[in-house]
Design a protein around this ligand. Structure first.
Ligand code: NDP
Length: 293
C-alpha cells in the first residue's frame, strides 16, 4: 500500500475538542449553552443509531441536546408545529430533522420550515442559495467534513481537478459547490455519466458519494490522487455476518492513491463533528458573538 490513510476518527476528535473548548468559553464568558434539537420520525434503525450518537456527542461537548422521537404516522401538521416551537425556542440554536422521513411527509416542506439560522444541516433552500452564491451560510456537515480533510491533506486545492461521483442534495451538489469555492475544476458525475472510469482517471481529487459498495476500483484512480469515500454500505462477509464498506474498493485504490479515507473511520466521524461545530457557529451568530474558525 502506498497511500496515506486519512484518519477521520482522529481528525473528528480534534474538532470535537475545539468545539468543547469554545462551548466552555461561551458558558464562562457569556453564560450561554449552545443547544441542538434532533427530530426523528419513525423507527428507521440506521437513523436511530445516528440520532443516538449525535445526542451523546452533543452532551460530551458540553452542549444542550434535545431529542424528539415521533411516531412513524405523525402528521405533517404536528411535525411542522414542533419545528415552529423549536424555531422560537431561544435555548435551541440548531435544529436537525433526521432524513429520510416517512413517505407521507414532504421533506422539502419540512426542511424549509426550519429557521435558516438554525438549519445546522444546511439543507434549507436559503442556505443552499447562499452557499451557491459564495455567501456566508450553514454548510452541510458531510461535505464540510470532506473539505476539511482535503485542505488538511493538500493545503491549497486551487486548480486541482475534482470529480464528485453523486449529485444528491445532501452530499454531491454541496460538495461540488465547496470545491468550486476552493477553486477546483469540478466535474459532477452521476448514473448517466458516460465513461465514468475515464472521467475519474482525470481527477486529482475523487469524492465517491454513490451508495454502491466498492464501485470504484484502483484502476480508475490517477496515481497520487486523493480519494474521499463518503459511501456507507453494509455487505455480507464470506465467513458470515456483515461489515461496512465504502463506495471505493479500498485495497486496490490505496495501491495507487496518494491519500485515501477508510470506511469506517473516515468521513463518517467528521459528519457529527461538523454538526457540533455548526451548532456552535449558529449559537455565536444568534448572540452576535465571534464565530469559531
Ligand atoms: P443518493 O442515493 O441520494 O445519491 C446517490 C448518487 O449516486 C446519485 O446522484 C446517483 O445518480 C449516483 N449514482 C448511482 N449509481 C451510480 C453509478 N452507477 N454511477 C455513477 N453514479 C451513480 O445518496 P446520498 O448522496 O444520500 O449518499 C451517498 C452515499 O453516502 C451513501 O452510501 C450514504 O450512505 C453515504 N452517506 C454517508 C454519510 C456520512 O456521514 N459518511 C452522510 C450521507 C451519506 P442519479 O442522480 O443519476 O440517480
Amino acid at each position: 500500500m502506498t497511500a496515506t490513510i486519512i484518519d477521520g476518527k482522529a481528525f473528528a476528535a480534534g474538532i470535537r475538542a475545539k468545539v468543547a473548548e469554545h462551548v466552555a468559553r461561551l458558558k464562562a464568558d457569556h453564560d450561554i449553552v449552545p443547544g441542538l434539537a434532533v427530530v426523528l420520525v419513525g423507527e428507521d434503525p440506521a437513523s436511530q443509531v445516528y440520532v443516538k450518537n449525535k445526542g451523546r456527542q452533543t452532551h460530551e461537548a458540553g452542549m444542550k441536546s434535545v431529542e424528539h422521537r415521533l411516531e412513524a404516522d405523525t402528521s405533517e401538521a404536528d411535525l411542522l408545529a414542533l419545528i415552529d416551537k423549536l424555531n422560537s425556542d431561544e435555548s435551541i440554536h440548531g435544529i436537525l430533522v433526521q432524513l429520510p422521513l416517512p413517505d407521507h411527509l414532504d421533506s422539502d416542506l419540512v426542511i424549509n420550515a426550519i429557521d435558516p439560522a438554525k438549519d445546522v444541516d444546511g439543507f434549507h433552500i436559503s442556505n443552499v442559495g447562499l452557499l451557491g452564491t459564495g455567501q456566508k451560510s450553514m454548510v452541510p456537515c458531510t461535505p464540510l467534513g470532506c473539505l476539511m480533510m482535503l485542505r488538511d491533506q493538500l493545503g491549497s486545492l486551487s486548480g486541482l481537478n475534482a470529480v464528485v461521483i453523486g449529485r444528491s442534495n445532501i452530499v454531491g451538489k454541496p460538495m461540488a459547490q465547496l470545491l468550486l469555492g476552493d477553486s477546483c475544476t469540478v466535474t459532477i458525475a452521476h448514473s448517466r455519466t458516460k465513461d465514468l472510469p475515464e472521467v475519474v482517471r482525470r481527477a486529482d481529487i475523487v469524492i465517491a458519494a454513490v451508495g454502491r459498495a466498492q464501485m470504484v476500483p484502483g484502476d480508475w484512480i490517477k496515481p497520487g490522487a486523493t480519494v474521499i469515500d463518503v459511501g456507507i454500505n453494509r455487505i455480507d462477509k464470506p465467513e458470515g455476518g456483515t461489515r461496512l464498506v465504502g463506495d471505493v474498493e479500498f485495497d486496490s485504490c490505496a495501491e495507487v492513491a496518494g491519500a485515501i479515507t477508510p470506511v469506517p473511520g473516515g468521513v463518517g466521524p467528521m459528519t457529527i463533528a461538523c454538526l457540533l461545530a455548526n451548532t456552535v457557529t449558529a449559537c455565536c451568530r444568534a448572540n452576535g458573538l465571534e464565530e469559531p474558525e
